[in-house]
Ligand binder design. Structure first.
Ligand SMILES: C[S@@+](CC[C@H](N)C(=O)[O-])C[C@H]1O[C@@H](n2cnc3c(N)ncnc32)[C@H](O)[C@@H]1O
Length: 215
């Protein structure tokens, strides 16, 4: 059984993409101007499961796109749970607001449009129960630093794209932007996996997912 067969089987059995989310996703795809860079449905479902177990009341997501991962996270929140999700692109942020409202999740989620570093600075010092990172890879170390300072003990930290689009092992990278992204991801992985303040697993999903608990 190869990886593709394993994934195909798991997807057929679990069916990780619910119908309402499928419709929203298809509507976005039809626009033709939204990159298909959302988490895979199996990762979305894993996020939902982790929220069900962890029951966070204060969640910060960095990198919304049109709210696909946000929807998985938000629908598992406890009744008093709230999620702030940050998106740099105002068009994507507006679409995410619409999508989340369509899915009945508008009340639980606040979509903040702006650069994550600036928005994070404005969030204040209240402790956070869960941080999900899926934005510009070069800034992952910066987001880790913020999470380190704001996650409560026992809080959960999740970062997507642990394999840096399949380039994490590359030695020579000509493209400057890609090199910065890969260095960002490598640095994040190295720091979080070697920190005494986090307990981390790296899941070998298609894109790689690091899941850490703040000790
Ligand atoms: C991989 S997509 C997020 C996908 C989303 N988490 C999902 O699975 O549905 C990354 C998003 O981060 C946004 N982004 C990139 N750099 C950012 C920054 N500095 N601040 C806020 N958002 C940023 C991009 O515009 C893009 O929409």
């Amino acid at each position: 059984m190869n990886d593709e067969m394993r994934r195909g089987y798991a997807e057929a059995v679990v069916q990780p993409l619910p119908d309402d989310l499928r419709v929203v996703l298809e509507d976005c795809e039809r626009r033709g101007d939204i990159p298909a860079i959302h988490v895979d449905p199996d990762v979305g479902r894993l996020l939902q499961l982790l929220v069900m177990i962890h029951r966070p009341r204060r969640v910060v997501e960095i990198g919304t796109l049109v709210g696909f991962s946000t929807a998985y996270l938000a629908r598992a929140l406890p009744a008093d749970g709230r999620l702030i999700t940050i998106e740099r692109d105002p068009t994507f942020a507006a679409l995410a607001r619409d999508n989340l409202a369509r899915l009945g999740l508008g009340e639980r989620v606040e979509v903040r449009a702006g650069d994550a570093a600036e928005v994070l600075d404005q969030l204040g010092d209240d402790p956070v129960d869960l941080v999900v990172i899926d934005a510009d890879k070069r800034s992952y170390p910066r987001y880790l630093k913020w999470a380190h300072g704001h996650l409560r003990p026992g809080g959960l930290l999740i970062a997507d794209d642990a394999f840096a689009f399949g380039h994490v092992l590359d030695r020579e990278i000509e493209d400057d932007e890609l090199r910065a992204a890969v260095i960002g991801v490598r640095t994040y992985n190295h720091v979080v996996c070697n920190s005494d303040d986090f307990f981390t697993v790296m899941l070998t999903t298609a894109q790689g997912l690091t899941v850490s608990v703040r000790r």
